[in-house]
Ligand binder design. Structure first.
Ligand SMILES: Nc1ncnc2c1ncn2[C@@H]1O[C@H](COP(=O)(O)OP(=O)(O)OP(=O)(O)O)[C@@H](O)[C@H]1O
Ligand SMILES: [Zn+2]
Length: 669
């Protein structure tokens, strides 16, 4: 029962209808060789368009070019074919066929007024042929062709590592509709429907378990290596594996909207959006070509030696930065994704690698954000149940963690919670609600004070629990002590951030006593409490303006402006949608140590890119000098060019997540 809905999208790479049936068909991830294989071959399919050699796919025509060039080079070397009218026909023909892709690229680059390696290599090949050095021209061509194939292999491996991640999404799901069970394509499922997942199957949607109990492996989504127990009422994510029991899941998100869909979006964007460092890499590559041309002209004017001049042009390679940089960025983002952090573009990865300050929010970020009511302090003349009932009514429609705690406590005590007639939420302060004749205010001390309400000096509250105050019809009615649990890994994560020389600042809307006690317990450098959302924003802006590279980590609606203002905004996966939309990075794993790991990945990526930059400049400068003074011949120059580039590209490839690293090693206890 497979139906294709809508037009088949075109692959941006080939402009053909997309041939790879990814769960979210937007772009075709197939390599050029894979696409060639799928289209029909030559001579009525007797010769396939793609070949598999050493376990890798190559286009037949490209393999043919390499072979022809190599054979021609041997023929020329052994002078097996006599030149006709002084012209080495074998050499000319082999060059025209073999080096055609290089020439074609060079011509295109001239039209675009871009300086590239293909251009300089074309000039060198033509120059060598012009002085009848066909052997040199052919060997240089051979090197360039082989290097290009190897480069494609590496980049394809990068894509494959990422595609691997995408492939775990099922294309079909089993739904229960009006009591009938049917298997349907994923994109026909609607939010609110019930999906059945058997043990061992991948979960196809984000949703809430409505019946069943199982262990769920979420390694793809959050990087958590251990399966976790999930039962009725728990949330599960698309892309995770249902290990032990049958589950009935009520769908809350499908396709691109799922957490997993976001990961894929992020990775695809990463391939398209260019990090500033990538632009720098392209520029550097252009400058290196100019520089080698200038050096070649100087060499020719001083020495008059055409072979040395050709060597100077050939030796300078820049693909190590031009191709190595995007590969490193892709690798960094892929690795981070496997680690449970979605980075929405290369630029953010780069910024994260440079941060020196991290601003943290408290509730939901350093703590679980699932607070519980610890104590109820009604004002004299009120009962606990009375106070709780009024408070829960006011909070019923609020998404704030404190609100949920109060409503939950009321329900737990069997108190019927009435709907409010109306309510107004003031960000960072609290709620004002109307219920019958009662006007209920609930929130911070500031909220009540702003309405001119007298708050008794002693009204509960201690170092660990936040305080929520209530007033009814302009009179103080009591308060709740609500406490949240600090995430167990928080202290270690803060220590590691300090070890990475990153300053930590806690900005919270909560009161100073709680903020100080949490901050001191975790060893945070600076603690600022009682911050309204606009004050958090102003603080982050001031930090950025002072020249700091600031990461802001938050989860709430009240954090969203600050997330946008920071150099890089990071949202907790468990946070509100607003926060996740505003952020540049989403920490699906909700694990602060994963944040540290992501910072490390970002720094490593930057490190690799700069190694490639400095390595390329060094090798090129040395090579040009050696060639200019006659220490290299064109063949040696081509070898240096190609091998140094391949080294730098492999250096970038180290960042790619290993294909089998689907499961991360368990954390040491
Ligand atoms: N829905 C609400 N119910 C009760 N009190 C609220 C509510 N919203 C805000 N408040 C009060 O305003 C204060 C600040 O809220 P805000 O949401 O800005 O921060 P927070 O949740 O305390 O902590 P953080 O800023 O670390 O996330 C809270 O500590 C609480 O006293
Ligand atoms: Zn090159």
């Amino acid at each position: 029962m497979t139906t294709i809905t809508g037009p088949v999208p075109l692959c941006p790479a080939s402009a053909q209808p997309c041939t790879c049936f990814r769960p979210f068909e937007r772009s075709c991830h197939a390599s050029a060789a894979e696409q060639a294989r799928r289209s029909s071959g030559w001579l009525g399919d007797r010769i396939p368009r793609a070949l598999t050699l050493f376990g890798h796919d190559f286009e037949t025509i490209e393999v043919l070019r390499v072979v022809v060039v190599a054979v021609a080079a041997a023929l020329v070397w052994f002078q097996a074919v006599r030149p006709v009218a002084g012209l080495d026909l074998v050499g000319v023909a082999a060059l025209l066929f073999g080096a055609w892709p290089i020439f074609r690229e060079a011509i295109a680059n001239i039209k675009e007024r871009r300086m590239t390696m293909e251009l300089s290599m074309s000039i060198a090949i033509v120059a060598a042929a012009a002085i009848s050095e066909f052997f040199t021209a052919l060997v240089v061509t051979f090197f360039v062709l082989v290097a290009e194939e190897l480069e494609h292999l590496t980049v394809d491996r990068g894509r494959a590592a990422i595609a691997d991640l995408i492939d775990v999404m099922p294309h079909e799901a089993t739904v229960r509709r009006d009591g009938v069970i049917a298997t349907v394509p994923i994109d026909t499922i609607a939010v609110g429907e019930h999906v059945l997942v058997a043990p061992g199957e991948n979960i196809p949607v984000d949703g809430m378990i409505s019946s069943g109990l199982s262990y769920v492996d979420q390694a793809h989504i959050t990087g958590e290596s251990m399966p976790i127990k999930r039962s009725v009422g728990d949330t599960v994510f698309a892309g995770s594996i249902n290990q032990s029991g049958a589950l009935d899941i009520q769908v809350s998100r499908i396709g691109r909207d799922t957490s997993f869909g976001r990961i894929i979006d992020a990775i695809e964007n990463a391939e398209q959006s260019r990090a500033p460092v990538q632009r720098l890499a392209d520029q550097l590559a252009g400058y290196l070509v100019y520089f080698s041309f200038a050096a070649a002209v100087v060499t020719y004017l001083l020495t008059g030696d055409i072979r040395d001049t050709i060597s100077v042009i050939i030796v300078a390679g820049a693909c190590g930065v031009a191709a190595g940089t995007p590969l490193a960025v892709l690798g960094g983002i892929g690795r981070a994704a496997r680690n449970g952090a979605i980075i929405k573009g290369g630029m953010h990865l780069e910024t994260l690698g440079r941060i020196d300050t991290i601003v943290l929010d408290k509730t939901g970020t350093l703590t679980f954000g699932e607070p519980r009511v610890l104590a109820i302090h009604p004002a004299s003349g009120r009962s606990e149940a009375d106070l709780l009932g009024l408070a829960a009514t006011a909070e019923l429609r609020s998404e704030h963690p404190l609100a949920k705690a109060i409503v939950a406590e009321a329900r737990a005590r069997g108190i019927a919670v009435a709907e409010p007639d109306s309510f107004v939420y003031t960000l960072g302060r609290g709620v004002a609600a109307q219920r019958g004749d009662d006007r209920i205010l609930i929130g911070s001390v500031k909220l009540l004070e702003a309405e001119g309400i007298d708050i008794p000096a002693v009204h509960g509250g201690d170092a660990v629990s936040s305080e929520v105050c209530v007033a009814v019809n302009g009179h103080y009615a009591g308060s709740f002590a609500v406490a949240d649990e600090v995430r167990p890994e928080a202290a270690a994560a803060i220590r590691e951030l300090h070890r990475l020389k990153i300053r930590t600042i806690l900005l919270t809307g909560d009161n100073a006593t709680v903020a100080q006690s949490v901050g001191a317990g975790l060893g945070i450098d600076t603690v600022e409490a009682g911050m309204l959302p606009e004050q958090k924003l102003a603080r982050v802006r001031a930090l950025v303006a002072s020249g700091a590279k600031v990461a802001m980590l938050g989860d709430g609606i009240n954090d969203a402006p600050a997330l946008t203002a920071a150099s890089v905004g990071i949202a907790m996966g468990s946070g509100t949608d607003v926060a996740k939309e505003s952020a540049d990075i989403v920490l699906l794993a909700n694990d602060l140590e994963r944040l540290v790991a992501t910072v490390r990945i970002a720094r490593r990526t930057r490190g690799v890119i700069w190694q490639n930059f400095s390595g390329t400049i060094t090798v090129d400068a040395l090579g040009i000098a050696l060639a200019a003074f006659g220490f290299l011949n064109p063949l040696l120059a081509a070898f240096i060019h190609v091998s140094s580039e391949l080294i730098f590209i492999s250096n970038s490839a180290r960042l790619l997540p290993a294909a089998d690293a689907m499961r991360l090693p368990r954390k040491a206890p």
